[in-house]
Design a protein around this ligand. Structure first.
Ligand code: SF4
Length: 319
């Protein structure tokens, strides 16, 4: 080191594990890559395959074209549906148009879709716990006829429910919610409607709850926590909330260059995690940026190991 250069301050960096890509995101990205290999570019993708700009840009560079609606897909080209799932009308419309489609819906979201169908078949009205306008919620509502499902986001929404038949109710949840908030909402539902049926616990997926647990585990030891994720990524936003509830200031960033060095004033221990749609390369990018200004003592703090892998759709495994 140049002896005129001031010594860098030290920072302790606690990197949460598990973090980053889940099995559903990994599978969705592979589906787009394999579709491009199999059919050649361009392959159309309806909606951002996963909520991460870096991932979307990398797939665009390979030949993926992202659109919001099926109408924007020209005839004769394959289309992939995103990991968040789509209303039933979307594959129906694709079939009508003779479009080849690949469904990258996460199997854990598809499981909720099947539960919704079964509950409606059993004559139940479904109370769905989720965030309005999130693509997963739109996709799940689109599995059943209009009027069969009611969205609740808060305890106030539960208090305002007025179902036609309180004895014939079910609940389901979005997969990427806050574990703690959802528990409170389900308890409120069960208090108001004792005969309501639902999945054991909720439908929050293993990746969402593992990432929240990992943040809870380190948050109290950190002066600040950074979450790498997109502003429209539900599970990433929940990680910021989890840290804040533990009393730790937290920021959501998409890339390392968004770190404001003023945030680091008085920070001796920094926490770092990434939402389920953020690749590990973005975690390394943040560590590298920090290393420009600090001597970083990096430590990975793991709460559990993840080994989940989802099968690819038929026809793509051998591509
Ligand atoms: Fe599937 Fe959960 Fe990942 Fe969503 S966050 S894609 S539900 S594993």
């Amino acid at each position: 080191m140049n002896h005129l250069e001031p010594e860098k301050p030290r920072i302790s960096l606690l990197v949460a594990a598990p973090r980053g890509f889940c099995a559903g995101v990994d599978r969705a990205i592979k589906i787009v890559e394999l579709a491009i290999e199999k059919y050649g570019a361009p392959v159309y993708v309806r909606h951002e395959i996963v909520h991460n700009r870096y991932v979307v840009d990398a797939l665009k560079a390979l030949g993926a074209i992202f659109v919001e609606e099926l109408d924007e897909v020209p005839d004769g080209v394959p289309v992939v549906f995103s990991a968040h799932g789509v209303p039933k009308a979307v594959p129906h419309k694709a079939e009508e148009r003779g479009l080849e489609y690949l469904d990258a819906t996460c199997p854990l979201v598809s499981k909720v879709h099947r539960q919704a169908e079964r509950q409606v078949e059993a004559g139940h009205h479904i109370i769905f716990v989720g965030h309005q306008n999130h693509p997963e919620v739109i996709g799940t509502f689109g599995q059943v006829d209009e009027g069969c499902m009611t969205l609740v986001e808060t305890l106030e929404d539960v208090a305002a429910l007025n179902p036609a038949n309180p004895e014939k109710l079910s609940f389901l949840t979005q997969t990427t919610l806050s574990v703690d908030d959802t528990k409170a909402i389900i308890e409120a539902l069960q208090d108001r409607f004792p005969s309501i049926v639902g999945p054991k616990g909720e439908d929050i997926c293993y990746a969402t709850s593992n990432r929240q647990d990992a943040v809870k585990n380190i948050a109290k030891s950190c002066d600040l926590l950074l979450v790498i994720g997109a502003p429209n990524s539900s599970n990433s936003l929940r990680l910021v909330e989890v840290a804040e509830r533990e009393g730790t200031n937290a920021y959501l960033i998409q890339r390392a260059d968004e770190i404001d060095l003023d945030w680091m004033k008085n920070v001796t221990t920094l926490g770092l995690t990434a939402g389920a749609s953020a690749p590990e390369i973005l975690v390394r990018e943040v560590v590298n940026r920090l290393s420009e200004y600090f001597v970083v003592d990096e430590q990975q703090i793991s709460t559990t190991d993840e080994h989940m892998v989802f099968k690819l759709p038929r026809g793509l495994e051998a591509a």
